[in-house]
Design a protein. Structure first.
Lengths: 290, 235
């Protein structure tokens, strides 16, 4: 394609675009709104995921040893735990250390002088590599002859995992709906452009332009609307990121707000362009066939 | 150039536009299609540039079977056929130059060739000096000449004109007909559908008369009404 042809093509796209300015603004606005929602959703989902995996990775299995097992014997279990490939680490906390920890944690509210003996068992705190394996690992360790009991925040782990799954599924549905609604608006806009340009299209067909050639400017126009909408949305999201998120993280200190902004922006741009492309393709295609 | 054999055309609403038409048009000839409106003149032209497909029969243009042509091949056929209409069909937001260039640009012609071919077409129709004007700034005759330039810019072998002078006054009509004659002399086959009796009778070319979708008569050097000259008084 030589420069003159490219310039002709671009000027065609631009005249179309500006001729239908009012409708284009509506389309861009709708795309922007849907993409802001999409972006906010992805943002929240990412945050929850980061938060969730953070919590899950911190979950420990408490392994309480039988009463008669002393510190030396406990070493046997340590080597057995170390040989389990699912286990990340195992920290030994002896009776005495456990009591000291409790004292440190509770301070003056806890008076050790009232105790005649140390009621705490020798304990291992086991961390696993994959949070999903917590229940299985706990069950394996519980069968060990030195172990009296294992304990972990079973319900919490499973509920968190379940919430993450449900959120993921709901998210897919929501995202799909948002895509569809944005596509419909773009398709309608392009249909209006096509209608406004029906004389040109008729002449193009008359002088022997191919359908692909007729289609191309409209598709470029749809993609332009999609990309502009996405850009607007990314601007809004970036503004929210710098203005609202710092305040939120002050109130919700335990949550880390973290998102891969460049990647997310690129994704949203891609979504905008794709929605514009598909919508305009279908819209012009229907016209050309009739 | 054009061969129609047993061609019938019935529109989806049941209207029978053409009924068993046989017609042959030689390369380089000039032919009038005459008859009242609604007798199938436009339909006949539409079959030739494949705007319509016959219900029955064969249509051949320049050796190509148009009636069975695949949709994807239609653009190529159309590049070899120029079409001119009563209402000019110019784009009002483009200048004369841009309107003519448009036909080349949308068929992927190289810019270098566009720059060479457009002035030639404008020169042929005598509009070079008004190439920067918009259609609304031109007279009807000039607009039709711009439309003819657009139809001819790609050097088609066949020029189809559907009531080209229908919107023009007598002097512009004469001008356009002289232009079409000049184009024909350069070797382009010209087919003109018209119900302008004066034009047909003055030019004395082949006249194919249609009535109710059938060919009523077909005369070399004919008149609008068979056997009657220009002096005939209409009933």
């Amino acid at each position: 394609m030589d420069w003159g042809r490219l310039r002709f093509f671009l000027s065609e796209v631009l005249t179309n675009f500006t001729r239908n300015a009012g409708m284009q603004f509506t389309a861009i606005g709708t795309v922007a709104v849907t993409i802001v929602l999409l972006g906010a959703f992805l943002y929240v989902r990412d945050t929850i995921q980061t938060f969730g995996t953070g919590v899950l990775s911190q979950i420990e299995i408490a392994v309480y040893l039988k009463d008669g097992v002393d510190d030396v014997k406990a070493q046997e279990l340590a080597s057995r735990l170390a040989s389990d490939p699912r286990v990340l680490s195992a920290t030994y906390v002896s009776k005495a250390a456990g009591l000291r920890r409790m004292q440190d944690a509770l301070g003056h509210d806890f008076d050790t002088s009232l105790l005649t003996s140390n009621p705490l068992p020798n304990t291992y705190h086991v961390k696993v590599k994959d949070p999903d394996t917590v229940p299985a690992v706990a069950a394996t360790i519980a069968r060990d002859p030195l172990v009296a009991k294992t304990d972990y925040a079973a319900d919490t782990v499973q509920k968190l995992l379940k919430v993450a799954t449900i959120l993921g599924r709901a998210g897919i549905v929501l995202i799909a709906l948002l895509y569809v609604s944005a596509a419909i608006v773009i398709a309608n806009t392009i249909r209006l452009t096509v209608f406004a340009r029906r004389r040109e299209i008729a002449i193009m067909q008359l002088v022997g332009a191919t359908n692909m050639y007729i289609r191309l400017p409209f598709i470029a126009e749809g993609m332009l609307a999609g990309i502009l909408g996405a850009t607007l949305a990314i601007g809004v999201l970036a503004l929210a990121d710098t203005q609202i998120v710092p305040k939120l993280s002050q109130t919700l200190q335990f949550v880390t707000f973290q998102v891969n902004a460049p990647l997310l922006s690129l994704e949203l741009l891609g979504v905008g362009a794709a929605v514009g492309l598909i919508a305009s393709w279908l819209s012009v295609g229907r016209y050309l066939r009739t | 150039m054009i061969k129609l054999r047993g061609v019938s055309l019935t529109y989806p609403n049941g209207t029978r536009a053409l009924d068993d038409v046989d017609l042959e048009i030689e390369k380089g000839s000039f032919v009038f299609l005459v008859g009242h409106s609604g007798t199938g003149k436009s339909s006949l032209l539409k079959l030739m540039y494949r705007e319509e497909v016959p219900t029955h029969g064969e249509v051949q243009v320049d050796g190509i079977r148009v009636d069975t042509l695949r949709r994807s091949r239609v653009p190529k056929l159309r590049r070899n056929i120029g079409v001119v209409f009563q209402d000019f069909k110019l784009l009002s937001h483009k200048t004369v130059w841009e309107n003519v260039a448009f036909a080349l640009q949308v068929t992927g012609t190289r810019t270098r060739d566009v720059m060479r071919m457009v002035p030639r077409a404008l020169d042929l129709v005598g509009l070079s000096h008004k190439s920067r004007m918009f259609p609304s700034e031109l007279s009807g005759g000039e607009q039709q000449r711009a439309a003819i330039a657009r139809a001819l810019v790609g050097n088609p072998k066949l020029l189809l004109c559907d009531e080209p002078t229908g919107n023009l006054d007598p002097s512009n009509t004469t001008e356009i007909m002289e232009l079409l004659q000049r184009i024909n002399l350069k070797g382009t086959t010209v087919v003109v559908a018209t119900h302008n009796q004066a034009v047909v009778d003055r030019m004395r070319r082949r006249v194919v008369r249609l009535e109710h979708g059938r060919i009523l008569h077909d005369d070399e050097r004919g008149y609008y009404f068979r056997g009657l000259g220009q002096t005939a008084v209409l009933p």
